[in-house]
Design a binder for this molecule. Sequence first.
Ligand code: KG4
Ligand code: ZN
Length: 346
Amino acid sequence: MVLILAIETSCDETSAAVLNSQNVLSNITSTQAFHSEYGGIVPELASRAQLKLIDAITGQAIKKAGVILSDIETIATTQGPGLIGSLLVGYNYAKSIAISLSKKFIPVNHVEAHLYSSFIEKESIDFPFIGLIVSGGHTILVQVKNYFEYKLLGQTIDDAAGEAFDKAAKLLGLPYPGGPEIDRLAKTGEESFYNFPTARIKDNPYNFSFSGIKTSLLYFLRDNFKEFSQSKNNSTIPLNDICASYQRAVVASLTEKTLKAAKEFSVKNISVSGGVSLNSKLRNEFLNLESRGYKIFFPDAEFTTDNAAMIGYTAFLKLKYKNYKPDISKLSESAFARFDYSYFNT
Ligand code: KG4
Ligand code: ZN
């Protein structure tokens, strides 16, 4: 049994969680809604908001867990990737607590935490599995053989899946973040309205590309709707049908490549995580695979977008299965090194 306090501030969420080994006692997340005014995240404002909130959110998480700070033995925090200003707030806050109160300190990779988030509060992790991580900043496909044993299969060569949604929404004049908006409008739309192309990538069939589809949306709108105006209210055009068609194409690319990998490597377990895994079409398409003998894992909604529980859970796994030995004196210089997906080639 180990009590872990986890902190996550890599982008525009301020989150703190307390775990008792793998059990989540509390997970408090505050999202900075004001960025929608700007149509995207403003890094300087994000880090300043993190500074304002971090102490209060951490206090709430500790209180809700019914523990006191001195009970906690281990502090876990996101070390990257993310926005440097935002990361620095949580990392230094967590490290200060660890140094001043002589706690163990465990830095956690944010993308790796998304990978394991599907298994929080589940009985066990079903290895081997194919992991698809789809968020606002990342789209990657990994074969996971065991704890911390990975093979990187593919990644996006340009935009992330979340960006494909966010940029399309911006074009259409819909609020940020665009994923939930497109998902909502698509529910009453006709997805056969227009056939948006999905990219085929020569070098690696498991790589993704989403910049072309966004451009094809722009051309489609310009060519077919005289009244279309970029980033303005476009309520006179058939937004529901366009969102449904666009969403179909993004989701098709994600499901096809993941299924191809599952077949090629004869893996029956598939995990889909990260903010975009909240998408209802994506969830349905993957769940349909269960009738073909696949087992599909998604994180619960509160563990899907950025959250500290996934950081604490990954720290727990590092302690238990990686025999991770925290050494706080070695954790400064390399902490924010630029993230390289080859991390997932072990
Ligand atoms: O994992 P996350 O919170 O942040 C990153 O680590 O990047 O993911 C945020 C992304 C945004 O791009 C947002 O538009 C997308 O997740 N998203 C969705 C949905 N809900 C959130 N995309 C599609 N459909 C949704 N329902
Ligand atoms: Zn994330």
